[in-house]
Design a binder for this molecule. Sequence first.
Ligand code: HPA
Ligand code: ZN
Length: 334
Amino acid sequence: MERFIAKLPKAELHLHIEGALEAELAFRFADRNRIKLPYRSVEELKQVYTFKNLQDFLSAYYQMMQVLQTEDDFYELTYHYLEMAASQCIRHVEIFFDPQAHMDRGLNFEVPMNGILAALKAGKQQLDISYHLIPNIMRDRSLASATKALEIILNYKENFLGIGLDSAEIGFPPEKFQNLFAEARAYGLLTFAHAGEEGPVENIWQAINLLKVRRIDHGVRCIEDESLLNYLANTRIPLTTCPLSNIKLNIFSDLHAFPIKTLLSYNICATVNSDDPAYVDGYLNENYFAITHTHRLTKADLRQLAVNSFHASVLPNQLREKYLKEVDVYCQGH
Ligand code: HPA
Ligand code: ZN
């Protein structure tokens, strides 16, 4: 099965580029930017990567991103991820970044944007991976900060597929961002939101009804609400689930509780993604491997997940059809 997964063409739709900051890269960037990390070695740093919950993870994630200072840093970080993606047969990526986190520590918005976009362009040419980029609004910072971020995002809106919503979920429901997201939509941006990861089912409903999202990121707590399961099945609003991240951040106690079978049995457009691969012990294929072993997924299930990843993506029809054909041809031959 691992060999089947390894070469299966797929899309990754839930990936925070800052979450692909491997410890080795972090030390390289820290050295050249003369930033002192409070760890002596890669091994010592990796030992810190045990998280009680989402907030515990976010503290490490925001601390480590301080080493990212220049366009070159963001370029190398992104290109490193894309090389890994190419080696895992990822054909298309829609990746997130957190502009407020970078601007609040003194970087210009253009630094992450230019570095990430240049790498994505190079990845398209050299690795044949298509892409979209999505800036996330941080739900646990002020509305004023989010409004300022959106103003800058709109100056460059042709570079972005839409805006997302991330960071600490409990206590920060989507409704606070209803007007802001309406403004983004009025300018032609799509909307996305993390919801129902650590926070309640109500956040998923709000993301759908108030933010009019194109997809829900995580959304796994939908299993607590039968009417929501049916709604997601009927509307085909996709979920970008992240199994290893959910285990590492204690959303579920173990992978047996991860509801991939339920989501597939309801015919929900569920997808598998890595979220923050440097922090959660796995890139995309490792996520597929883990749920396949735990839930005894069949090749038909895996094919469905790959097909879902392209249906859930935002691609021009021709390119989507091309990738779906690649999945078909691969599955017929294996
Ligand atoms: N949830 C919320 N915010 C995040 C995450 C996540 O899983 N990863 C990076 N920022
Ligand atoms: Zn995420």
